[in-house]
Each structure stands twice: as structure tokens, then as C-alpha cells.
Design a protein around this ligand. Structure first.
Ligand SMILES: Cc1cc2nc3c(=O)[nH]c(=O)nc-3n(C[C@H](O)[C@H](O)[C@H](O)COP(=O)(O)OP(=O)(O)OC[C@H]3O[C@@H](n4cnc5c(N)ncnc54)[C@H](O)[C@@H]3O)c2cc1C
Length: 350
């Protein structure tokens, strides 16, 4: 489970965080009670899988002309809208239109995982729902991993370099981790006290030179589906987790439910404001001892508040951030990054 430790720690230390409202959801995670949020690759839809609501209607064409091949955020919004409309917690992914042998060979891992939950993707409809997947925002950095706090560097998903805009293209994050991890490492080496001391001498040593060169280089710029089976599965579908037994898990569930409901895929100002109010009323102390679960809960709570505040401040829809009360882009006011720092209001900067 991602708990946002890096972002929360940087925030507590005084660094600026940016673009936190941009959270990408994967449209099709397996929605079977007791199963982890296993992702059913979007390649399935690329290979012909279709989406059906619980009444078995294909619905995507109502939302986008490309149907199931619409962009990820459009598909996620369409699924949630259908879930709300039909008062269910899932829709179906239907891969039964392709030959069973082909599906088994092309998607062996997905096939095997679903089998583990009693679902045969070649003949059954698979219950799915969106799941939080990637954070475009994070600790604000320059193109060398430097945050606004001298000496603090960030790279990877915890950082907000700006390269993903408001909606990451699939697979760019691993590339980002590689490029910006190397850049940040080189910048750290260059900015270290040892490197600075060397640079102060008339002849920089080979280590300093190497770091400089490194930085310089990087710096350049259907079969008949089994309709009976899903009736049998209905009782096992994701209807929410089992009742939590301890206070940390209980608080975690409360935050998770609140975030999914009011700060999730479809947002509006009224619900966001209510969510912020409710998050504020939770009392989650920062643990004095480094108890992992409690620290993670505090970090996650901190970040939940910041995401909700950033989402409320951005009164437009852009990328993964969709406001039903502001459904259009507003470039004039919001073609900017949201920024937040400890003790300060959200502001927008170019
Ligand atoms: C199911 C799934 C599929 C994905 N598929 C793709 C894909 O196909 N292509 C793509 O580009 N991206 C994909 N992504 C996104 C991509 O995996 C992540 O963006 C990327 O791994 C982030 O790298 P990272 O190094 O920043 O963070 P991570 O890979 O999460 O590494 C962070 C590390 O820090 C450690 N850590 C966490 N908290 C602490 C702490 N408090 N103290 C010490 N250590 C800590 C963790 O244990 C972990 O080892 C996928 C994500 C998911 C969830």
C-alpha cells in the first residue's frame, strides 16, 4: 500500500509540494471481495475486451466515440458513472469474444490470477472497478531533483517534476524514475560538502569531474459468456472490506472510504469541502516512537488533507482532475501548478 511517506515527510520539513490534485486511476482493477486490487491490463481492451454494466449493456459509446479504447481517465469516469447509475460497486470486463486459447496465451498471468478467484476470463464476465494508481503530484523539484529545501532531493513517484502534466501517459513513470533518479544522484554528488570542498581547490579531483561530466551529459537537453456464473459471484464482489479490528486500521478505512467517495474520480466543491472538514476532525497524533503503521497513517492522513485542499482549489477540470461543478479547462486561471507548503494556503504558479 502506498502511504505517501516521502511527500508527507518533505512537507513536514517545509518543502513545497505541487499538483497533488492530479491522481490517476486505473480503470479496471479486479473487484472480488478478498482479492487485492489486481490490475486487469488495459491491453485486454486493446485486444477486444468490452465493458458492460450489471445489466450487461455495453456503455462506453455513450461516453466517448472511441468506446473501450477511450483514454484511461475517460474510461474510469464512465465506469464510476455507471456504478453510481446502476447502484453497484463494479462493472464487467468481458473478454469472452476472443478465442479462449488466444486469451490464455496472450494474458497468462491475468488468466491464472483470475482463476485463483474462481473466474475464467475466457468464459466469465470479470467484475472490475477503478483503483487509485499513480500520483502525478509530489514534492516539487527542478529538473535535477532539487526540492525547495536546500539539501533535500526527490525523484520518482514522490517527486513532481512536471513531466507528467496533469495525466501521466502509461509507462512514463519508470522512465522518469530512471532519468531523474540519475539526475538527482549526480546533483547530490555535486552538491555534497565533499564535492564542494574539492571544487574550492584549484584542481578538481577526478570524482568531482566525473560528477560534473555526468550531470553535463544528462543535463542536455464472443464466445457465449457465462452469464450464470457472475450471479454466483455477486455475493463475493467488492462490497467493502471486513470490519477493522484496531484503531489504526479503523482510521485508515475511514480515510480510504472518504477519499474514494468525495475526493475520488468525480469531484465537486461541496463534497470536497465536506471531506476536508471531516478529515480535519480526525485526531491522528504523530507518534512519538517510530511505529511504522502509526507513522504511515499520519503521513497518509496529512497527504489526504493536502490532496483534498488542492482539489478544492483547482476550480476546473484538467487531466485526471475532474470537477462536475467546473467541467471545463480554465487556462486563464489554472494553466499553472498548484503549490502547497506547511502553514500556507494553496497557490498556483506557472
Ligand atoms: C500495479 C502497478 C503497475 C504499474 N505499471 C507501470 C508500468 O507498466 N509502467 C510504468 O512506467 N509505471 C507503472 N506503474 C507506476 C510505477 O511502478 C511507479 O510510479 C514507480 O515504481 C515509482 O518508483 P519509485 O522508485 O518512485 O517508488 P517505488 O517503486 O514505490 O519505490 C519506493 C521505495 O521506497 C521504499 N519506502 C517507502 N516508504 C519508505 C520509508 N518510509 N522509509 C524507507 N523506505 C521506504 C519502498 O519500500 C520502495 O522500495 C505501476 C504502478 C502500479 C501500482
Amino acid at each position: 500500500m502506498a502511504t505517501g511517506d516521502g511527500m508527507a515527510i518533505a512537507y513536514q520539513a517545509g518543502a513545497v509540494l505541487a499538483d497533488l490534485e492530479f491522481v490517476q486511476f486505473h480503470p479496471t482493477a479486479l473487484a472480488v471481495k478478498g482479492a487485492p486490487r489486481f490490475l486487469l491490463s488495459e491491453a485486454l481492451r486493446g485486444e477486444g475486451a468490452v465493458l458492460r454494466n450489471v445489466d450487461l449493456e455495453r456503455f462506453m459509446k455513450r461516453y466517448h466515440e472511441a468506446g473501450e479504447l477511450a483514454p484511461r481517465d475517460v474510461v474510469a469516469r464512465a465506469i464510476v458513472t455507471e456504478m453510481l447509475r446502476t447502484e453497484t460497486e463494479y462493472v464487467y470486463l468481458d473478454m469472452t469474444g476472443r478465442p479462449a486459447d488466444y486469451v490464455r496465451k496472450r494474458f497468462p498471468r491475468i488468466y491464472a490470477t483470475c482463476q485463483g478467484y474462481g473466474l475464467d476470463i475466457t468464459s466469465d464476465l470479470v467484475p472490475v472497478r477503478p483503483a487509485a494508481h499513480y500520483a502525478m503530484g509530489g514534492v516539487k523539484t527542478d529538473l535535477f531533483g532539487r526540492t525547495t529545501l536546500p539539501g533535500l532531493y526527490a525523484a520518482g513517484e514522490t517527486a513532481a517534476t512536471g513531466v507528467h502534466g496533469a495525466n501521466r501517459l502509461a509507462s512514463n513513470s519508470l522512465l522518469e524514475g530512471l532519468v531523474f533518479g540519475a539526475r538527482a544522484g549526480a546533483a547530490m554528488a555535486q552538491g555534497s560538502p565533499a564535492a564542494k570542498a574539492k571544487a574550492a581547490t584549484p584542481n578538481p579531483g577526478p570524482q568531482g569531474k566525473a560528477a560534473q561530466n555526468h550531470l553535463g551529459q544528462r543535463g542536455k537537453k464472443p464466445n457465449q459468456p457465462n452469464y450464470e456464473k457472475h450471479a454466483n459471484h455477486t455475493s463475493r464482489h467488492a462490497a467493502g472490506p471486513a470490519a477493522p479490528s484496531d484503531p489504526v486500521t479503523a482510521a485508515l478505512e475511514q480515510i480510504r472510504t472518504l477519499m474514494w467517495k468525495d475526493v475520488g474520480i468525480l469531484r465537486n466543491g461541496r463534497e470536497l469541502a465536506l471531506a476536508i472538514e471531516q478529515l480535519d476532525t480526525l485526531t491522528i497524533e504523530c507518534p512519538e516512537r517510530a511505529l511504522r503503521q502509526a507513522c504511515e497513517l499520519h503521513n497518509l492522513w496529512t497527504l489526504a488533507q493536502l490532496i483534498a485542499r488542492s482539489a478544492l482549489a483547482r476550480e476546473e477540470s484538467r487531466g485526471s482532475h475532474y470537477r462536475s461543478d467546473f467541467p471545463y479547462h480554465n487556462d486563464e486561471d489554472f494553466l499553472k501548478h498548484s503549490c502547497v507548503a506547511r502553514g500556507k494556503n494553496i497557490c498556483f504558479e506557472k
